[in-house]
Structure formats: structure tokens, C-alpha cells
Design a binder for this molecule. Structure first.
Ligand code: ADP
Ligand code: MG
Length: 493
């Protein structure tokens, strides 16, 4: 499907300001289609005057369509449809007395010239499927009357309104609630939905005859209303913009479109949408998010307190291996704290694990107390991980890095190139639903006769349990190119 931009550039002489005007018009023409119960087609004049190109199309949500096929991008030569020629050349609204018959459907066609800065830049054909038309109700008459005002404004160059665009997802539509005001801001007519919205705000009787801005001021507590200027401009129908009003439980978006078919403001069209449910869910999500982050922050603080207590105890202990065990515990608790700290800044329940891996690498080197300078480098990326796999993986990485530093480079004094720096490489790759992690050092290598299954030491036992049970992965350890290579292959949900 070609865009308006592309069609304009390919076939017409319209300039950028014209296109911007048409885009603003089309941002709001759902309103016109709905009020008219009709399909709209925007016709762009061909550069050589040969005819018109369909630059846009909008179906009504309030009634049956009259256009069963999409017409966007199609061409009608001059002389084929007299009404299009007339509206474009004479610059006035053209209406046909008799309906056109299309595939057994009677369709009434009207053509509205679109004027900008005194010039007709395009036309809009309004096609009404007459099979959908019954004896009009009060609601239908009010819709049609307002549609007429809007078409006159388009023809006179007063619509689209200047200023902000309101075509965002929350913006009210005709079906959400329709209120028609007179020039003094009094309600002339309200659709049943418009009335229910105000009933939910606390209105007892009818809306008709009330000055809407006064009523709103009465029903809405000051802290739920916009500033006085906005309130009277929007709810008085003087300004074309949107605002939110409500109570503790109810939130309404009100959009105002001042109507001035003949130049002077004759009243306004107000669209009202009850967004209480949306706003309540927004609020809930925000508080849930904030709570989760706050909890991670507190868990981190508690873990740091635990680490501090253990460190204190390690300092007081004289037995060397008890001291070492306590210090290891401090480190393990510290690595979990890093995960919670990262989660306390995360917007979602996933963490950027690269950041955690880099911090763990730095921490392990920092506390190792090994003479040889060791550098931990990361290659590739872990990406975002769910928080419940981040904690076990952080512990695994800590143990493995710790081993590399501690056992790989502890004893470099006797090494012929003992002054050489140590290097530990952490490689992370995501391969179709799996995370592949390799930690390789260029240190001393595993001791002779090393057997993973026979090892009863705590570090590697923790690693194996976490990888195999907690993370559902596969763990391997063996000789690397120079030193030791550890690898874990983990499924990602
Ligand atoms: N990267 C490594 N380089 C050399 N030896 C290692 C390495 N990783 C583990 N080892 C060997 O495996 C043993 C078991 O490790 P671990 O279970 O973490 O216990 P600990 O670190 O307390 O000795 C270590 O004592 C060490 O001999
Ligand atoms: Mg260890």
C-alpha cells in the first residue's frame, strides 16, 4: 500500500505544508466518518490535471461500509465522476439527489472540498450506505448535524484545527461519548455514553441544559482537575484540545473541537471517554514495579549486613581454615548482593547480566590476594536474563572465577615466566534458546589426576548443583589451551 507521502510525491503538485495539513485532517477524520455513518475517501488532484488519486480511506465504526474494496492508490480520470470535478473546480460542497447503485447497494455520495490557505488542495468523498439508514434518532440527528458543521469547516479551511494532535491511543472516539455544546457552553445533546460518563462522576439528573464547565467544577475535586484556564477552555468548548478530569475512582478524558461552520463559533463537539480502568491499571503497574525494586534494594542491604557480620567474625577467628571459610562465605553472599543491587535498578524483572559478570570479575580479582596481576575479560554478551536465573548464575560465575584466580595463578613464583600477567576470559554466547558460557584461564591447569566426580570440595559442588539442578544445564571442566577451561550450557526459557 502506498503512503499519502508517496502518492503525493509521485502524482501531485502539493507541497509539504499541504501534506502536513492533509495528515492532520486524516489524524481526525475517523470522527467525521463516525458522525456521518459514512466512508470517506481523500482524492488528490493529479499534477497534469488528468484526474484524481485516492490518497486515503476511512470506514465508519458506527455504521455499515459503502466501500467493500480498498480504493487507496486508485485513479479516477477527470470527467468520469462529475461531482469530484465540480467540488474541486468550484470549491464547494456537491451533493447528489439520487443515490448511486453499487453492487445492489444504494450509496449517497457527497464531495467536500478541502481548503488550505484559500486554495482547494484535495476533496473528500463521503459515501453513505443507505441500507444502514433508518428513521434517524435524536442521536443520529445530532451526529449528522455535527458532521455537517465539520464538513463546512473543512470546506472553509477551518478544519483540521491548528495546535496539538490528539490521535493517540487513549484519545476518545465518537462512540465513547458524544456531547454537543452551544456557544455558551451549555449541553444541547449528550449521547447515552456521554451521560453515563458524567453519571459516574456523580451527576444525578440529565446533562441537557447544564453549563458543562460549571457542572464539572462542582463534581470534580480541585486536585483532580486541570488548571482553571484549561478547564473552562476545554469544557466550555472554546479550545481544540484535551484534558483529564475525575474523582478518586473515575477518570475521564475530554476532547473538545470548537465548531465554527460559518466562521463564528456556534458551539462545540466534545468527546468523552471513561479511562478509569486504564488509569487504575497504570497505577497498579507502577506501584508493583516500585515495590519490587524496593524489595531488591532491601535484600541487597540485608545481604551486605550479613557479609559484614561474617567478615567481622573472620577477623576474630584464629584458626586459618575457619578464617578462609568465613571469607569465602563473605564473597558468596557478596555476589548475590550484586545481583539484587542490579535488580533494584532494573525496570523489568530481567537483568542485564553483562553488567553483573563484569562486576563479579572485578570483585574476585580484588579480594583474591594473589600476587600475580590477573585480568578478567568478557567476550560476547549474556544479554538480559530473568532475575531467578541471575542469582544462581552469579554464584556459579563467582566460584569459577575464584578458582581460576586462586588455583591458576597462586603459585607463579616457580613459573619460568612468573612475572607474566594472568588472564581469565569469560565468553558468553546465545545460541538458539541456549546460553553458552566458557571461562578459560591461562594458569597452572588442573592438578594431576583431577576428577570432578571425585572432588568433594565445596566450590565445585555448589557449581554443579546450581548448573544441573537449579538452571537445568550441563557443566564441564577440563584442560584448556593453556590452563583450565570450564563450560556451562544452559537452557533459556
Ligand atoms: N581454574 C582452575 N585451575 C586449577 N585448578 C582448579 C581450577 N578450578 C578448580 N581447580 C581444582 O579443583 C579443586 C576444587 O575446587 P573447589 O571445589 O572450588 O574447591 P576449592 O577452591 O575450595 O579448593 C581445587 O582445589 C583445584 O585443585
Ligand atoms: Mg573454589
Amino acid at each position: 500500500m502506498p503512503s499519502l507521502q508517496e502518492l503525493v510525491r509521485a502524482h501531485t503538485d502539493l507541497d509539504e505544508d499541504d501534506v502536513a495539513w492533509l495528515q492532520r485532517l486524516m489524524a481526525d477524520w475517523q470522527i467525521l466518518a463516525d458522525l456521518s455513518f459514512a466512508d470517506l475517501v481523500l482524492w488528490l488532484p493529479d499534477r497534469e490535471g488528468r484526474g484524481y488519486w485516492a490518497g486515503g480511506q476511512m470506514r465508519p465504526t458506527t455504521g455499515p461500509t459503502a466501500l467493500f474494496d480498498d480504493v487507496l492508490g486508485t485513479f479516477i480520470p477527470t470527467g468520469r465522476r462529475r461531482m469530484l470535478d465540480e467540488a474541486y473546480e468550484l470549491g464547494r460542497l456537491v451533493r447528489e439527489g439520487d443515490p448511486e447503485w453499487r453492487d445492489d447497494v444504494p450509496v449517497r455520495v457527497e464531495v467536500i472540498p478541502v481548503r488550505r490557505a484559500g486554495r482547494v488542495i484535495a476533496t473528500i468523498a463521503r459515501n453513505t450506505n443507505l441500507l444502514g439508514v433508518r428513521t434517524p434518532s435524536r442521536l443520529e440527528l445530532s451526529y449528522l448535524q455535527t458532521a455537517t458543521d465539520l464538513t463546512q469547516m473543512i470546506a472553509a479551511g477551518y478544519f483540521p484545527l491548528s495546535g496539538q494532535r490528539s490521535d493517540h491511543a487513549d484519545s476518545p472516539r465518537v462512540g465513547d461519548g458524544f456531547v454537543r455544546l452551544d456557544a455558551a457552553g451549555k449541553v444541547v445533546y449528550s449521547s447515552p455514553n456521554g451521560l453515563s460518563a458524567y453519571r459516574r462522576l456523580g451527576l444525578q439528573g440529565d446533562l441537557a441544559g447544564l453549563v458543562l464547565s460549571d457542572l464539572t467544577r462542582d463534581l470534580v475535586p480541585p486536585r483532580h482537575r486541570p488548571d482553571e484556564e484549561t478547564l473552562s477552555a476545554v469544557l466550555g468548548g472554546r479550545d481544540g484540545r484535551e484534558t483529564e478530569v475525575g474523582t478518586d475512582d473515575v477518570t475521564l478524558i475530554v476532547r473538545s473541537i470548537p465548531l465554527r461552520p460559518n466562521g463564528d463559533r456556534s458551539g462545540a463537539l466534545l468527546l468523552v471517554r471513561d479511562v478509569s480502568e486504564l488509569r487504575r491499571r497504570d497505577r497498579e503497574l507502577i506501584t508493583k514495579d516500585v515495590t519490587i525494586r524496593e524489595i531488591h534494594h532491601r535484600v541487597k542491604n540485608n545481604l551486605q549486613t550479613v557479609a559484614a557480620l561474617l567478615r567481622l567474625q573472620a577477623r576474630r577467628t584464629h584458626a586459618e581454615d575457619a578464617k578462609a571459610a568465613l571469607e569465602e562465605a563473605v564473597r558468596r553472599v557478596g555476589s548475590i548482593a550484586i545481583v539484587h543491587e542490579t535488580l533494584s535498578h532494573a525496570i523489568e524483572e530481567t537483568v542485564d547480566f553483562d553488567q553483573i559478570a563484569d562486576r563479579l570479575g572485578a570483585m574476585v580479582v580484588d579480594v583474591s590476594g594473589v600476587e600475580t596481576p590477573v585480568r578478567v575479560v568478557r567476550e560476547g554478551s549474556f544479554g538480559a536474563l530473568p532475575s531467578d536465573s541471575a542469582t544462581p548464575l552469579a554464584m556459579v560465575l563467582t566460584e569459577v572465577l575464584q578458582n581460576a584466580v586462586e588455583h591458576g595463578f597462586a603459585d607463579r613464583a616457580g613459573d619460568p615466566d612468573g612475572r607474566r600477567k594472568g588472564r581469565v576470559t569469560v565468553t558468553a554466547r546465545r545460541i538458539v534458546g541456549r546460553l553458552h558460557v566458557v571461562v578459560e584461564d591461562d594458569g597452572a591447569g588442573l592438578p594431576e589426576g583431577f576428577d570432578l566426580d571425585g572432588s568433594t570440595q565445596l566450590g565445585l559442588s555448589i557449581v554443579r548443583t546450581l548448573v544441573e539442578s537449579e538452571l537445568g544445564g550441563v557443566f564441564e571442566i577440563g584442560p584448556g589451551v593453556r590452563g583450565t577451561r570450564v563450560q556451562a550450557d544452559l537452557p533459556l526459557d
